[in-house]
Design a protein. Structure first.
Length: 542
């Protein structure tokens, strides 16, 4: 109100002054008609004063409204989701009370979001992590093993490591020495297992540590056990127990179709046999099991031959929303070794280990992009390695390749990235994420829940879709800790407009529970099994 009054008075004064000058000029013209030059000068001066008045008026008005424009600009950034960059005002915003109110509300929102992230992390920890050791807990281990056993053609090894009974040692020996020994063994196991791709380390019982090695062989586990026993010699001298009684390892191979309970019983029996032999050692439960794995040389040969022959076989399966509609189709890769097809979970870690990830991803993208023009109504999702996105040559190649596509085609591309890798390299991958989103592509974070990470990356990277790890989906109707995790994740995604999808849904009970917890869609054999990708097919029915 004060602003309007001042502006009106100022403009009135200037207009009156201009009218006086015009009147003076007219009077002069009337009495001194002969002196026309003087009259023209007076009229010109009046026009100049009016122009100067208007210029000063607009300048003053712009200065008065600059604060409003700054506040309006910050409000637009907040509505566009750029809240992190609009926390504080950028100068003199007007009205000042509204500016301070926005600052206060944004600060409170940041605190609430940080608290929400801490709660989500605690829920993940409760669902998957053992509080004493920091390893995965027994329930999470059983989920992963059960999921492995349900996959067709899956195989691997379970190792059970029996540590000393630290609770009993605390009763008879110095507590500090016992704790130092326990932490030394835990750190040794954690560091050692971290060097093996796709291995899962869990505290299975009081003093039993389980190690899951998917797609590995007994020979591989035998070498690993020998290295573990050898690593005991690098630890400081334990004063509370004999050094030769620190580790007893049981090894058992598993195949698809077996039960998790049977596998773990065999692992415990092998561990007891190792303890009966005395000293630090290991025991293999069944040495007559037919090996299905291959060595590094054979693996590398197979992977390079697959590249040279045109790449892995491609399959597709639909991702269905809770409304029963197809949201997109996931493209899956499988390798044929001459006898059987190998799943991506088996060969992808080795592709990364041998440094072939970039070549595999380039070949996959080159094969999938032409399918977009063949199927104009389909959105295609496929996984790529984060390691590839961190390489400058691959970044430039991907940018140029995508820019050559039509904009309508780019909007139907979904890149799947593993959650653990995204969180590990979040700062390095941020520019590439902005590029992909900027040109119209979408990004889905897969394997959510496999590791304990904060959910802050969802808003930080503007993630649109998240896919749960199959281990969280399996028998979720019977596992309340997994239900709590999914409910927490869907709540965190609601504020970021992100959608949560479930992977490998097998039963109606699982799907019903997932829908109750806020899932947007899912995939798995409950809806449709993977089918070979046929470029000549005009349309898929489901």
């Amino acid at each position: 109100m004060r602003f309007t009054t001042k502006f009106s008075a100022f403009m009135t004064l200037l207009v009156v002054l201009a009218m006086c000058l015009v009147l003076l000029g007219s009077t002069a013209s009337f009495f001194y008609y002969a002196r026309s030059l003087y009259a023209v000068a007076i009229m010109s001066l009046a026009a100049l004063v009016i122009a100067l008045t208007l210029w000063l008026s607009f300048r003053w008005l712009r200065e008065q409204t600059a604060g409003q424009e700054k506040l309006e600009w910050r409000a637009k950034r907040i509505l566009n989701g750029e809240r992190e960059h609009a926390v504080r005002s950028e100068g003199h915003e007007w009205p000042p009370c509204a500016s301070r109110a926005i600052d206060h509300l944004l600060a409170e929102l940041i605190e609430v979001r940080a608290e929400r992230n801490r709660v989500d992390t605690l829920i993940r920890t409760f669902a998957a992590q053992d509080a004493k050791t920091g390893f995965s807990n027994r329930q999470f281990f059983d989920n992963q093993l059960t999921t492995q056993l349900e996959e067709s053609g899956a195989h691997g090894v379970v190792m059970m490591v029996q540590l000393p009974d630290f609770d009993r040692l605390n009763e008879t020996d110095d507590h500090q020495l016992v704790q130092e020994l326990m932490h030394s063994l835990i750190n040794m196991l954690s560091t050692f297992v971290a060097r093996h791709p796709s291995a899962l380390l869990a505290r299975y019982h009081q003093h039993e540590i389980a190690i899951l090695l998917p797609h590995k062989t007994l020979k591989y586990a035998d070498v690993m056990a020998a290295q573990l026993v050898h690593a005991i010699g690098t630890l400081p001298e334990p004063h509370v127990i004999d050094r030769e009684s620190l580790l007893h390892i049981g090894i058992v191979a598993y195949r698809s179709g077996e039960s998790a309970e049977q596998i773990m019983d065999h692992a415990r029996q092998a561990t007891r046999n190792a303890a009966m032999y005395g000293g630090n050692g290991w025991y293999v439960f069944d040495t007559q099991v037919t090996e299905r794995g291959r060595g590094s040389v054979k693996w590398r040969t197979l992977l390079e031959q697959t590249l040279e022959s045109g790449g892995p076989r491609l399959y597709q399966r639909p991702v269905i929303t809770v409304d029963g509609k197809i949201h997109h189709r996931e493209v899956i890769s499988r390798i044929f070794d001459g006898k059987q097809e190998l799943l991506a979970a088996e060969f992808t870690p080795l592709v990364q280990l041998f440094g072939l990830a970039e070549r595999y991803d380039r070949q996959k993208i080159d094969r999938i992009i032409p399918l977009l023009s063949l199927w104009p109504d389909e959105t295609l999702a496929f996984s790529i390695c984060v390691d590839s996105l961190l390489q400058r040559p691959f970044q430039r190649w991907l940018r140029d390749t995508l820019l050559q596509c039509k904009k309508s085609d780019r909007t139907r591309i979904i890149f799947e990235l593993a959650e653990a890798d995204v969180c590990q390299h979040i700062d390095r991958i941020r520019p590439m994420m902005r590029l992909l989103l900027g040109i119209g592509c979408k990004v889905m974070v897969s394997q959510a829940g496999l590791t304990v990470v904060s959910t802050s990356y969802i808003k930080s990277l503007r993630i649109e879709m998240i896919k749960l790890h199959p281990g969280l989906v399996r028998n979720i109707n019977l596992r309340y800790e997994n239900q709590l995790f999914v409910e927490s994740l869907t709540g965190a995604c609601a504020g970021a407009q992100a959608k949560v999808f479930a992977a490998e849904v097998l039963t109606r009970e699982e799907w019903q529970t997932l829908k109750e917890k806020g899932i947007y869609g899912g995939q798995g054999n409950f809806f449709a099994p993977p089918t070979p990708l046929n470029p000549g097919k005009k349309k898929y029915s489901y």
